[in-house]
Design a protein. Structure first.
Length: 573
């Protein structure tokens, strides 16, 4: 089932599409697929691919570059090794017919090429209808034509005739000839339309369904196919991937989506400008909706240009408390899959040293400075707020949620959250941000308590606690056992909590933080309801993380036809 194989060849066969040839003894039949182990370091599940061709001692799959994992496959060179499992799924079983018409959309020919060759080898009459966005994305058609297939192609951007593969099928069916079987592979909406046409004309139709899955053998149940007259689904890996089109409940399997025509507008002159509107008229204006996460940036990194803050709307200081803190014992960090654990312990000088020595340095960078405060008691939060009020500080972020220090996490209690925020609000007239922990049963109620206490914005989320053990020594890799998790591993949690709180319309903006490395990550938070974002872990590996995020966000904004980045906020309802 599992086999470590070598790459024999890897060649581009169309724009952004490549054919990977693997030395393998797998014996597959048309319709079956294989699973390739993930090649991208942060991917955790294998990927399914139809067997495109099979020769003595080798198999081939065709892959389109659509993300970091397929990009990693594209970088495989002859001689590289990769784990393959298969063959998986059931071979295609077709009823006898005078002719077989294969309908491929997008990457669909990758799932039909093997079948076409097999049918031709058996002396069957075969037609291939292939539709893509552009002619540059077509592959395999010349080889099939030379083998004797009737090949028709159509594209969405052809100057002579624009259209979809479904148009070719509709024309063919209108001729009245019914002595053939349809086999279709491609995007779900296309398969649905093919199935509807086949039903209208009473033509036998099979569909090959391609679906993301984690196992390929029926364990994960992620590749469900809803069928008629049954409350339980079938599964692509175990029952398919080929299904009779007539048994599928297409309304459940492929619901109709309202397609809105996007009028692409040019971005305005300053598309990144953002205004966070707090309570009672308090506002925070940002040239860019990007900041560093508290505790992830020091003045030395900015002075030495280790971190480029040119695209930051504001910079956050490290957490300031009443007295100097040496931080936690060593070791303080360790890497985990998709991020790292940290237990720094808010190392830093106390308020006296900070305001005399370090605050002027922070203020010298020409960026709006947000001072982060951390107190061991409600009274300490009040004292810190009073001091910074007297110093003319305009923006404070209250850290109510640090889990890698000794003591109580205020943001795990509605009452303590309210009391601490209210105390600071009484003594500080500027813009007040409150950073909350994800380690609660109901983030909305904690957020509501912070807003009731006087918060102008909510920062979601601080690091959840995790643990990693060295199995050779039987000891924790971090002194103190538990540490804050950061990096991409926590992004789905952060996005979910931002969306939950934003959906409640509490009346204040949200700043999203957790696992943001690029503009696509940032856009998730914005679309979930955040008005701005903070980055932390990314700053340790990418000097220009802010620039990367801005460039990506501009591409995303153009894709959606919006005029400014803030138009993305709350797009995902």
């Amino acid at each position: 089932m599992f086999e470590l194989v070598k790459v024999r060849n890897n060649e581009e066969i169309a724009s952004g599409i490549f054919r990977l040839k693997l030395e393998s003894m797998i014996k597959a039949k048309p319709g079956q697929f294989v699973m390739l182990e993930p090649s991208y370091p942060f991917s955790v599940v294998p990927r399914p691919f139809s067997v495109y061709r099979q020769n003595a001692g080798s198999i081939e799959v065709v892959i389109k570059k659509v993300g970091p994992n397929t990009e990693a496959y594209n970088l495989l060179k002859p001689g590289d090794s990769i784990v393959v499992s298969g063959p998986l799924g059931n071979p295609i079983v077709l009823p006898p017919a005078a002719r077989y018409l294969l309908i491929a959309g997008g990457m669909g020919l990758a799932g039909l090429y093997f079948l076409a060759k097999d049918l031709i080898r058996r002396g069957q009459e075969v037609g291939i209808y292939f539709g893509t966005r552009g002619i540059e994305e077509q592959f395999g058609v010349f080889e099939l034509a030379r083998l004797g297939c009737e090949v028709k192609t159509i594209t969405e951007n052809n100057l002579n005739r624009r259209g979809y593969v479904i148009d070719l099928l509709d024309e063919e069916l209108a001729k009245g000839d019914k002595d053939f079987v349809i086999v279709a592979c491609g995007p779900k909406p296309m398969l649905k339309k093919v199935a509807q046409l086949a039903e209208t004309y009473h033509i036998d139709c099979k569909v090959i369904i391609e679906e993301m899955m984690a196992c390929g053998v029926g364990s994960c149940k992620s590749c469900a196919v809803f069928v008629n007259n049954s409350h339980m689904p079938l599964h692509v890996c175990h029952d398919g991937p080929t299904f009779d089109a007539s048994i599928i409940d297409w309304e459940k399997f492929c619901p109709e989506e309202k397609v809105e025509i996007v009028e692409r507008k040019p971005l305005i002159k300053d598309p990144f400008k953002t205004v966070l509107v707090g309570q009672k008229g308090r506002i925070l204006k940002l040239d860019y909706p990007i900041m560093n996460g508290a505790g992830t940036l020091d003045t030395l990194a900015i002075e030495s240009k280790q971190v480029d803050v040119s695209k930051f709307g504001a910079i956050l200081t490290k957490g300031i408390c009443m007295d100097a803190r040496p931080g936690n014992p060593m070791p303080r960090i360790c890497e985990i899959n998709g991020g790292f654990l940290n237990r720094i312990g808010l190392e830093g000088w106390g308020i006296a040293e900070f305001k005399q020595r370090y605050l002027p340095i922070w203020q010298s960078f020409g960026k709006k400075v947000i001072v982060t405060i951390f107190g061991k008691s409600i009274n300490e939060y009040g004292v810190l707020a009073d001091i910074f009020q007297s110093l003319g500080i305009e923006v404070i972020e209250m850290n109510l949620s640090c889990g890698n220090t000794e003591g109580r996490i205020f943001a795990q209690s509605e009452e303590l959250t309210y009391q601490a925020v209210e105390r600071v609000r009484q003594l500080f007239s500027g813009f007040l941000m409150v950073k909350l922990t994800p380690m609660v049963s109901n983030i909305v109620e904690i957020a509501r308590a912070a807003v009731s206490g006087g918060a102008d914005a909510l920062t979601l989320i601080n690091t959840p606690l995790g643990m990693s053990i060295d199995v050779m020594t039987g000891k924790s890799k971090i002194a103190g056992n538990y540490a804050g998790m950061s990096g991409g591993v926590i992004r789905p949690l952060g996005v979910r909590m931002v969306h939950q709180v934003a959906s409640e319309n509490l009346g204040v903006p949200i700043v999203g933080v957790g696992g943001i490395a690029n503009g696509y990550d940032a856009a998730e938070y914005l679309m979930a309801g955040a008005s701005a974002i903070q980055i932390g872990t990314a700053l340790f590996s990418n000097l220009e993380a802010g620039i990367t995020i801005c460039n990506d966000l501009m591409r995303i904004a153009f894709h959606h036809g919006v005029e400014k980045i803030s138009d993305l906020i709350g797009m995902c309802k």
